[in-house]
Each structure stands twice: as C-alpha cells, then as structure tokens.
Ligand binder design. Structure first.
Ligand SMILES: Cc1cc2nc3c(=O)[nH]c(=O)nc-3n(C[C@H](O)[C@H](O)[C@H](O)COP(=O)(O)O)c2cc1C
Length: 427
C-alpha cells in the first residue's frame, strides 16, 4: 500500500525555537556497551568504540531526535551493568567522554538528548544489596532478577540526587547535546516517587500528587539554572499509567503532564508500565489497530498541552499508523525503539518510501527486548544485525538468552542481562 509520508518529514519546532528535522524520535534504549567493573566504581560507565559506532549509525538514519542512554546519574543506581554513567563523584570527565558520541549522533542533523536515570528499587541485587527508593517497598523478583529491600532516601539524599540530575544535564549540555530527558517512566526512581504504591513518605516528597511529583519539578528547576534553555531541550519520559494497583493513574498522569507543560518542558514522551507490570504491548484491544499502545491516552493529553511537544512511543510499526497518528492529532512525534534495533535506517527508509513498515519480528512479545539488545551489540560491533524475521535466527538467539547458546554467540550474550531484557522475559 502506498502511503503519503510527507507529514512525517516535517520539522518539529520546540517552544524555545529549536527544530528537529522530522517527527521521529529514537526512544531511549539501554545499550549495555559501556565499561563496567563489579568493584571499581570509577571503572564503570565510560563509553567504548562500540557505543560510539552504534550512535554513528543511528546518526546516519534521518532520525529527528535521538535519545542517548539510559544514563544513570549515580554509579550504583544503574539500570544494568554497562550503562553509560554521568556521576559527579567520578574523577574522570564525562563531558570529554561523551563529546565524540554526541558529535557522531548529530553529524547529519538529528537533535540529540540524553536520558538521565536512577534505578532506585529496580537496581538488581547483582549491583547493590540495598537499593534506595522513595520508601521501603521492595520490588518483587522479575525475569530472573532479584532486588534488595530498599532503604528510603533521606531528605538530604534527595537534595543530592536533584543536584546529580542537574549535574548530568549540565554535562550533556557542555558535551554538545541538544537536551536531556528525565526518565520518570517504567518504575525507575522518579516513577517510584510518583507512585502511591511505592511512595509511602509522610514528608514533603510524599502524600499528595503535588508532593509526590515535587522531586521532578525540583530537578527541572535546578537544570534551568545550569543550562541555556534557548539552546537545550528539557524533556521527560513518563507513564500514561503504571498499570498496577495503587500506582500512578491516568488521571494523575494527565495532571502531571499539564503541570510539566506549565513548568516549561519542551518535550513529553509517553510510555507506560514498570517491572511489576510490563506495558510494551497492547493493554487494550482498542489500540491494536492503531498500533500505538498509548495512543488513546495521548489523545486525551495533547489538547491539554499549550507548548510542550508530545511524543507517543510504543508499538508503531507501519507508515500508515504513524501518518494517521500525526494527522489525527493524537501525537506530534513518533517514538520508536525495537524497529530501530532491527533496522537502524528505518526512519530514512520510511521517509524515502523504500519501505512502508517495519520488518516482521518473530521474536516479538515476551523476549523481544533481550533480542533487541543483541541487535544493538551487533550494530556496535559492525556485525550483521540478527534478522528476527527469520525463525531460525530467533530460536538461536533465544537459546543464547536462556544460557544454552554456542560459545560463538558469547559476545552477544554478554550484552543481555537483567532489567529491560528481564522485563520482557517476565511477561
Ligand atoms: C532494547 C531496549 C532497551 C530499552 N531501554 C530503555 C531505557 O533505557 N529507557 C527507556 O525509557 N525505555 C527503554 N526501552 C523502552 C523503549 O524506549 C520503548 O519505550 C519501548 O520499547 C516501546 O517502543 P517500541 O514498541 O517501538 O519498541 C527499551 C526498549 C528496548 C527494546
């Protein structure tokens, strides 16, 4: 079917006047391609040639906005081993370390923003015995991972974390990035604060929605003091809902989105779920035809936003669904993750009309995130990207994920461990 994709190639102008060349946003994906040492904290989180290569490739792919990371702001708050890290305690310079990666990503006109994160209670016990969180509500085991009972953060530690997020944003700014993204989705630390299921605090950071979201607004305030906001986008990835009893509701999420817009945020990316309730799949029958998991929520939020650009991520696979979503007014930007692991030039090929939909993914569903991480490793290593439209390839990689792979597949296997990979294993 031929589709007029011209609307996808139109530039997006943010409130500060910065422009993305088109509507595509490469959503944050843990790459697991940086350095890691179990004991030596200083030796964690430095970029590698593979990490740089991956972003060089995406930089060639005509993606409007590329989101780097997951990038933890504290070297024990990792989403997983081998995350890139910006930690103010390190003696090495994250700015110099990141400059070549950012330059490679921007080389052909994409805007580049870095996703700044902290895992909170979702940091596995392979990394810390006692994670920190809003309260002491433990994350249940998931996908082969276990989590220690968290220690509630003291107020002075929350202040330190706010400073760390701002330090991370400033480092990205100085390294040449076009913006930062606060990861407040998927059950990580900021999302833990937003959730009444996890946040049982009785101080100013808990209780009402205003208090639960205070940490997010304090981080934004602090970032604004450290960067020139006419040249740097501040964005957030947030859940449309947590899909767990007592977690962030759709109504709360709408209120927070509106307040973020009023607080001057440039870009709001919508997602959903947490380790307790995976949501990179259809939660509703009604969204299946439209592909995007959170499109109905986006439709309710978009009219509430005066200036922030809305991006909806999750599920988009065909040019038709993307065009319909933009033309129908549900979303301004189209967020993509798994299709850009299988086909890093997916956006370029959609825009040129070479293809009209993502390649079939026979590993879709339960195991797709782990498989996607293997594809990222292949791109970084300059190897052929495993083709998940091929049943045999999928089976081979699934065996590797299950620890039954050949020695030959070992470098790929090293990329897969815990967190985002584990989320899908659990579902
Ligand atoms: C390999 C992989 C790693 C991911 N890592 C992150 C991450 O670090 N931060 C994040 O916000 N989302 C992460 N996600 C979620 C994606 O950004 C996206 O929200 C989700 O995959 C749905 O989009 P899709 O259907 O286009 O894949 C990851 C997804 C994949 C496949």
């Amino acid at each position: 079917m031929t589709v007029d994709v011209s609307v996808l190639g139109k530039p997006i102008t943010f409130r500060n006047g910065m422009k993305a060349p088109n509507v595509f946003l490469k959503s944050a994906m843990t790459e697991r391609l940086c350095t890691y040492d179990k004991k030596d904290l200083e030796a964690r989180g430095k970029t590698t040639a593979e990490y740089e290569k991956l972003y060089k490739v995406w930089g060639e792919g005509e993606i409007g906005v590329i989101v780097l990371g997951n990038i933890p702001i504290e070297r024990e708050g990792l989403e997983a081993a081998k995350n890139m890290i910006i930690d103010k305690s390190n003696t090495w310079d994250a700015i110099e370390n990141l400059k070549p990666v950012i330059a490679a990503s921007k080389a052909h006109g994409s805007l580049v923003i870095g996703q700044l994160t902290h895992g909170g209670r979702q940091v596995s016990n392979e990394i810390v015995d006692t994670p920190v969180s809003a309260s002491d509500i433990q994350c249940p085991p998931m996908g082969g991972m276990e989590f220690g009972k968290p220690r509630p953060l003291r107020e002075d530690e929350i202040e330190d974390l706010i400073d760390r997020w701002a330090f991370g944003a400033e480092a990205l700014y100085k390294a040449g990035a076009d913006g930062c993204q606060l990861h407040a989705a998927h059950g990580y630390l900021l999302s833990q604060f937003l959730s009444s299921r996890v946040n049982k605090r009785t101080d100013k950071f808990g209780g009402s929605l205003e208090n639960k979201s205070m940490i997010v607004f304090r981080v934004i305030e602090e970032i604004k003091k450290r960067v020139d906001t006419s040249k740097f986008l501040i964005s957030i990835k947030m859940n449309s809902a947590d899909f767990a009893d007592g977690g962030l509701t759709e109504e709360e999420s709408r209120t927070v989105a509106q307040q973020l817009d009023e607080a001057g945020l440039d870009l709001i990316e919508l997602s959903g779920g947490s380790y307790e309730s995976m949501a990179f799949e259809h939660k509703k029958e009604s969204t299946k035809k439209r592909e995007a998991f959170f499109i109905e929520f986006a439709e309710k939020v978009r009219p509430m936003l005066k200036s922030a650009v809305l991006c909806t991520t999750g599920g988009f696979r065909s040019a038709k669904a993307m065009v319909d979503a933009v033309n129908g007014g549900a979303t301004a930007m189209i967020g993509l993750a798994r299709p850009l692991c299988a086909e890093p030039y997916f956006c370029r090929d959609i825009l040129s009309g070479k293809i009209t939909e993502a390649r079939e993914n026979k590993g879709d569903g339960g195991i797709s995130t782990g498989l996607a991480i293997m594809q990222l490793a292949a791109i970084g290593a300059g190897k052929d990207i495993p083709d998940l439209s091929d049943e045999k390839t999928v089976q081979k990689l699934v065996n590797v994920l299950m620890g039954k792979g050949d020695e030959d597949d070992k470098p790929i296997k090293d990329q897969e461990s815990s967190s985002y990979a584990g989320q899908e294993k659990a579902s």
